[in-house]
Design a protein around this ligand. Structure first.
Ligand code: PEP
Ligand code: MG
Length: 572
């Protein structure tokens, strides 16, 4: 029977394919006494062999699709699965204690995990997580349940998951994964952001899609309206194929604006830039007529691997982006790890409130080796294009001064050693913490530019976790409190002759665009796919006309009031 599940439209487009459940199986085990020891040992051998075969297939596939770095993780897993130091004690335990292999394996593995985790050596700590992963795989075989391997799918599917981490998302094979849908998450969770840059339709925050669908169900992901349709009738399918066609046509219309500048109806020029996560995304930026990169989220370079990227690896990535963008500006944000973006190999302690914790610039100022390596790579790459650098999560002037000081120190050292560094790198900051918006006038004297990160600015101003769909109603970009903060930042920048951009999702929101134009925002940075619709909209708007209403809008008291005003006056 056809069923419609509502969620949050996270990435535009319509996808139709079979559901592929990426749900982790229940691996709870019990201790059991066994009688036929030989049979149990051979069941264990079989599970180990199956796990090894599976890991070999995943390793080969990963090597081909994602390169040797990512494949190294599975190479390490293969060493563990074949390691007699782990396997022999498990067999001994089964034989001498007459316990089931599931129990014996868990006991032995826990002992090793404990031992490795308590070592000081980073390399050894990594081995603990390898053992944990391999143990799960063998247990799944013993229990006769499946560990999903989306990297191995060979037919077109829609991924259905409780949640996808950004690194799960990075590993999705664009050829076969036509769309995804999750129980949790919001429009600004990083898997949603990545879906937009990969141009994969997505609906997140459905609360129940994993329990309301089965593997193999036919799903329609409507990333325009935020619906998932389960097992549609022929009639509904035809309806959505039409909608898919209409969207394609609309995209072709927008594509005609690709080479144009972004100019409002009264001749005011703004810059429309794109947010990217990897050098591969540059292609989409250029295809969608981006006038620059307004946010390069460098943390994705650090994710989905088991050690920090070297300075040279980073240099290559930054150089590629800068070269491919030619003389167009590229704003690179320094490492913003934390919140929903984890780096397991840093072994940071679990926090109660990771979005309020030891993250981004806070971590970089403490772990200066990591920070300095990144800054050197950026400085060396600066001669290949039009680089601007900004720091994330700045809450105090002192943090900005320290970060800038370290950047200048590294620059001096490089220059002294004869390395060429661009002389015109602008140094700016993200405004995503209310404290820095409130004293933007102070910051404006010291920065070259601001980029307003509304995803976090809204979450911190409204005290609403951006990952939690229960409070997603509080993600209110047009709330007068947010508009006043945005206005303060833009005014502060202009007073000091600096420019103000925005790289949060709000910058590409059709209701917000007229407001931001009216407030004088200079640069709008968004998912590449939003650029052409935004350009088409901006052509119809008059900055001067909207500015006349600025005070009326800023004195409104609710989101609804603002939205209604925009719809009535600026969206006809
Ligand atoms: C933001 O907070 O608005 C932002 C652009 O950064 P991120 O989404 O990566 O936190
Ligand atoms: Mg942020």
């Amino acid at each position: 029977m056809t069923n419609t599940i509502n969620g949050i439209a996270a990435s535009q487009g319509i996808a139709i394919a079979k559901a592929y459940h990426l749900v982790h199986p229940d691996l709870t085990i019990e201790k059991k006494e066994i009688t036929d020891v030989e049979a149990e040992v051979s069941r264990l051998d079989h599970a180990i062999q199956e796990s090894a075969n599976e890991l070999t297939a995943i390793k080969e596939h990963t090597l081909k699709e994602l390169g040797p770095d990512k494949a190294a993780i599975f190479e390490a897993h293969l060493l563990v699965v074949n390691d007699p130091e782990l396997i022999q004690p498990v067999k001994d335990k089964v034989k001498t204690e007459n316990v089931n292999p599931e129990f014996a394996l868990q006991e032995v593995a826990d002992m090793f995990i404990n031992m490795f985790e308590n070592m000081d050596n980073e390399y050894m700590k990594e081995r603990a997580s390898d053992i944990r992963d391999v143990t799960k795989r063998i247990l799944a075989h013993l229990l006769g349940v499946n560990i999903p391997n989306p990297s191995l799918v060979t037919e077109e599917v829609i991924i259905v998951a409780e949640d996808l981490t950004p690194s799960d998302t990075a590993q999705l094979n664009r050829q076969f994964v036509l769309g995804f849908t999750t129980d949790i998450g919001g429009r600004t969770s990083h898997s949603a952001i990545m879906a937009r840059s990969m141009e994969i339709p997505a609906v997140v925050g459905t609360k129940s899609v994993t329990s309301d669908t089965k593997n193999g169900d036919i799903l329609i992901i409507d990333g325009l309206d935020g619906n998932v349709i389960v097992n549609p009738t022929e009639e509904i399918l035809a309806q959505y194929r039409n909608k898919q066609q209409a969207y394609k046509k609309q995209k072709e219309e927008w594509a005609k604006l690709k080479e144009e500048k972004t100019v409002s109806s009264d001749g005011h020029h703004v810059e429309l830039a794109a947010n990217i996560g990897t050098p591969k995304d540059v292609k989409g930026v250029l295809e969608n007529g981006g006038e620059g990169v307004g946010l390069y989220r460098t943390e994705f370079l650090y994710m989905g691997r088991d050690q920090l990227p070297t300075e040279d690896e980073q240099f290559e990535a930054y150089k590629t982006v800068l070269e491919n963008m030619g003389d167009k500006p590229v704003v690179v944000r320094t490492l913003d790890i934390g919140g929903d973006k984890e780096l397991p190999y840093l072994h940071l302690p679990k926090e109660m409130n990771p979005f309020l914790g030891f993250r981004a610039i806070r971590l970089c100022l403490e772990e200066q080796d990591i920070f300095r390596t990144q800054l050197r790579a950026l400085l060396r790459a600066s001669v290949y294009g039009n680089l601007k650098i900004m720091f994330p999560m700045i809450a105090t002037l002192d943090e900005f001064r320290q970060a800038k000081g370290i950047l200048l120190e590294e620059k001096e050292k490089l220059v002294a050693s004869g390395t060429k560094v661009s002389e015109s790198i602008e140094i700016g900051m993200m405004v995503e913490i209310p404290s820095s918006a409130i004293i933007a006038d102070q910051f404006a004297k010291e920065v070259d530019f601001f980029s307003i990160g509304t995803n976090d600015l809204i979450q911190y101003t409204m005290a609403a976790d951006r990952m939690n769909e229960q409070v997603s109603y509080l993600y209110q970009p047009y709330h007068p409190a947010i508009l006043r903060l945005v206005n303060m930042v833009i005014e502060a920048a202009h007073k000091e002759g600096k420019w103000a951009g925005m790289c949060g999702e709000m910058a590409g929101d059709p209701i917000a665009i007229p407001l931001l134009l009216g407030l004088g925002l200079d640069e709008f940075s968004m998912s590449a796919t939003s650029i052409l619709p935004a350009r088409s909209q901006l052509k119809t708007l008059s900055k001067e006309e909207i500015s006349k209403h600025k005070h009326t809008i800023l004195s409104m008291s609710t989101t609804e009031e603002v939205e209604e005003f925009v719809r009535e006056h600026f969206m006809k």
